[in-house]
Design a protein around this ligand. Structure first.
Ligand SMILES: [Zn+2]
Length: 438
């Protein structure tokens, strides 16, 4: 199949090519070139005429909590005073502890549809639902496979409920990783634990050991606000990443999400140990966590991705957050240019998650792609295309989405979805969760 658009972004962050397209063969990109050359070279191929559109790699949502949709608009007496209050008074008791497997399945389905509609083809999800294990990840897997996304699923193991519950969480991840590795499909697992303030040193080491035995990464939330570094200073006499370094777990197998409140020494540890980082500009604002030093990390070559955190899931909004927030914070309109943001939203996220051959449209890379409407009010050009896309598009402009060679969105419609039935299912799940909150 030939996809022949007006513009091609083959290497995110690099200049786009006008009237270039790709050939898709099975689940990979087979050839890239000028549209006319592809037509001449492969006269028997099916042609997708995408004039007036931009062909780009699908977005990689490098950090989300799909169950988060159920908390949208939840009745709540008082706004949390700080990040600790957000967790202890709100997020843990009213959301995560209330989750059951039907709620998780409904929210996962909603999230997959919302992500596809927004051009996301790969994602990493972090599920914390201590009373929904065992098997919560397998419930999610069935949903994600039906929707056809490339998904990495993890359970956020924590000892905050009990040590036994923590062990169950680690086992859930290990078992899930093993099953998915054996199947070799689009859904895979990842080891994950919560933070230094809900997990003991032995527990943290065990998580890393289980991941290393499986050649995989270990994810944790890190310094999302000032609470964790203060806690670490008080209990361990050093800041969070220094503590991880002392435990001997820092390295390229570590995926630290958030990384908002970093000391200069912690930034150096991330760079020195090749730690992977994910950046969530919008949810950092929501919880009052602060503004992450994402430009510094990106410019230092850290593998950095962007995530929605399950908060505002239109990935164009997430990109705008990353584009705008640092300019205001650093009083510098040149920081985080659109081409860099687009890179982080695609190839950068794939690298942070360790996804192989995902995030570019080059021969041999996976056919994970999107077509975005390019009828801008001003002419598209190589010098402005990343700005046009990052600043003036949103999910409604995503026309078609393909994951691993299969169309999942055509003409703006996610295929095989009964939208009203899905909404009713999510409403029902939310009402049951909210009933426990009252
Ligand atoms: Zn998160």
């Amino acid at each position: 199949m030939l996809i022949l658009p007006s513009w091609l972004i083959s290497l995110p962050g690099q200049p786009p090519q006008e009237n270039w397209g790709v050939r898709v063969l099975d689940d990979v990109i087979d050839a890239v070139g000028p549209n006319d050359d592809l037509r001449a070279q492969f006269p028997a191929d099916e042609i997708i005429d995408a004039a007036g559109q931009v062909l780009a790699p699908g977005f990689v949502n490098a950090h989300t909590h799909l169950y988060g949709v159920l908390a949208h608009g939840i009745p709540f007496n008082k706004a949390p005073a700080d990040f600790w209050g957000f967790l202890a008074d709100f997020w843990w008791p009213l959301v995560e502890d209330a989750l059951d497997q039907e709620m998780i399945a409904a929210a996962t389905d909603w999230g997959c549809v919302e992500m596809l509609r927004s051009g996301v083809t790969s994602f990493y999800d972090c599920l914390e639902a201590p009373h929904a294990i065992p098997d919560a990840l397998f419930v999610q897997k069935e949903v994600v496979e039906r929707r056809g996304l490339r998904g990495i699923l993890s359970f956020e193991a924590t000892e905050r409920v009990s040590q036994a519950n923590g062990r169950l969480g680690l086992q859930e991840n290990a078992r899930f990783i093993d099953v998915c590795q054996q199947e070799g499909g689009l859904v895979q697992g990842m080891m994950c634990f919560h933070t230094t303030f809900t997990c003991s040193d032995g527990f943290i080491r065990q998580a890393f050991e289980l991941a290393a035995e499986r050649n995989g990464l270990t994810h944790m939330h890190c310094n999302e606000g000032v609470h964790e570094p203060n806690y670490a200073q008080e209990h361990f006499g050093q800041r969070t990443l220094q503590y991880y370094d002392a435990l001997g777990v820092t390295g390229p197998g570590m995926l630290a999400s958030q990384c908002v409140q970093l000391s200069p020494e912690e930034q150096k540890i991330i760079i020195r140990h090749n730690i992977r980082v994910t950046h969530m500009p919008l949810s950092n604002c929501e919880v009052g966590g602060g503004i992450a030093p994402a430009p510094e990390l990106a410019n230092a070559g850290v593998r950095l991705g962007l995530g929605s955190d399950g908060y505002i899931n239109d990935f164009f909004e997430v990109m705008r957050g990353a584009f705008l927030i640092h300019k205001a914070h650093r009083l510098d309109p040149q920081i985080m240019p659109a081409h860099q943001v687009f890179y982080l939203a695609t190839e950068g996220g794939a690298r942070a998650l360790g996804l192989k051959r995902v995030g570019r449209l080059q021969p041999g890379w996976t056919a994970d792609l999107q077509l975005i409407d390019a009828h801008f009010p001003t002419p598209a050009a190589a010098h402005n295309l990343y700005d046009q896309l990052t600043l003036w598009r949103n999910h409604t402009h995503v026309r078609d989405v393909m994951v691993a060679g299969d169309w999942r969105v055509r003409a703006g419609v996610v295929l095989d979805v009964d939208a009203s039935a899905l909404r009713a299912r999510v409403h029902d799940a939310a009402l049951r969760m909210w009933a426990q909150a009252r």
